[in-house]
Design a protein around this ligand. Structure first.
Ligand SMILES: Nc1ncnc2c1ncn2[C@@H]1O[C@H](COP(=O)(O)OP(=O)(O)OP(=O)(O)O)[C@@H](O)[C@H]1O
Length: 294
């Protein structure tokens, strides 16, 4: 049995469209499957948790990174692999793991049954699988998730642009803060911090290579700290991040680590996989090979 968890509204309705085509293919191939639809945020985590005690080949998320985040959280500590049929706006997880954008190819890959283990980040009782962003970045995710232009840009197939627009929106008002980090027991202090990205994969926000050397199975987070630059420098440096070239700027510090604690002078917002998770102070740990992907 294959279980599918579908977020119909992901990618501004792409979830439902992709599912209809996928279902047709499953029926043609006479695959044994069941489908559940989400009807609220975090519902996919509840469904996946319920399914994690069933016998099945895989639980497949049909949606974007937020849906994959929820399904992964429901499957943690089970031995059931997570499959992905990409149907979101950004699809950064699929991009990093070479999961085809095309539903036919993505399904073929799931049915082939080859499994791999990936690292996950743990923050309290929640897990993230792509990138965690602290500060400016968290605010951008908050604005982006609630924006009307995200839906509109998805509609005209330019969903990737919405993160850039939200970036400009937040840039007008955001004030950088001082932040203290403890990385594997070593204390580091940075002034005028715009953002800290703690990454399991290289990209977020629809292809921004924030930590170009991040690898999902090396047991390490790649950490990018953007600090000590003014608004205009940040604006000039941002486009370089699409190719990972921002790391050459002196105001960008790159480090790696397994455990990171973040304390800031004022509480700042934290996102993981594009979902708002918490505010600082917070602590995150990597769990090597914590999730099975099919
Ligand atoms: N029925 C629903 N109604 C409202 N929100 C939902 C529903 N089902 C799931 N969600 C929430 O929708 C949000 C967006 O989903 P998702 O991230 O998969 O799509 P996306 O934002 O278009 O793609 P991406 O994250 O790849 O850019 C998630 O936070 C998820 O929890």
């Amino acid at each position: 049995m294959y279980y599918f968890i579908v977020n119909k509204i992901s990618g501004n309705g792409k979830g439902l469209k992709v599912w209809k085509k996928t279902e047709k293919l499953l029926q043609e191939k006479q695959i044994n499957y069941q489908v559940r639809f989400t009807n609220r945020p975090k519902h996919a985590a509840e469904i996946a948790k319920e399914l994690s005690s069933e016998k099945c080949y895989a639980v497949v998320a049909v949606g974007g990174d937020g849906t994959i985040h929820d399904v992964a959280n429901g499957l943690i500590n089970s031995n059931i692999p997570l499959g992905v049929i990409p149907a979101g706006s950004g699809n950064d997880f699929a991009r990093a793991l070479d999961i085809p954008k095309d539903y036919k190819k993505a399904l073929k890959r799931i049915l082939m049954g080859k499994q791999r283990k990936i690292d996950i980040g743990r923050i309290g009782n929640e897990y993230f699988i792509t990138v965690m962003g602290i500060g400016f970045d968290g605010k951008v995710a908050e604005i982006n998730n609630g924006s009307k232009y995200k839906n509109w840009l998805n509609f005209i197939r330019l969903g990737n642009l919405s993160y850039g627009l939200s970036f400009l929106h937040v840039l007008l008002k955001y004030r950088p803060v001082s932040i203290q980090l403890m990385v594997d027991g070593e204390k580091l202090v940075f002034c005028n911090v715009w953002l800290i990205a703690i990454a399991n994969i290289s990209n977020y926000g629809g292809g921004i290579k924030i930590c170009p050397n991040a690898c999902y199975n090396d047991g390490l987070f790649d950490i990018c700290i953007v600090h000590g630059m003014n608004k205009w420098e940040l604006l000039r440096t941002f486009p370089k991040a699409f190719k990972g070239k921002h790391i050459l700027h002196p105001g960008v510090t790159m480090i790696t680590g397994k455990q990171v604690e973040v304390i800031s002078e004022l509480p700042v917002i934290v996102q993981g996989d594009g979902e708002i998770l918490t505010k600082t102070p917070m602590s995150v740990t990597i769990q090597r090979g914590g999730l099975l992907i099919i």
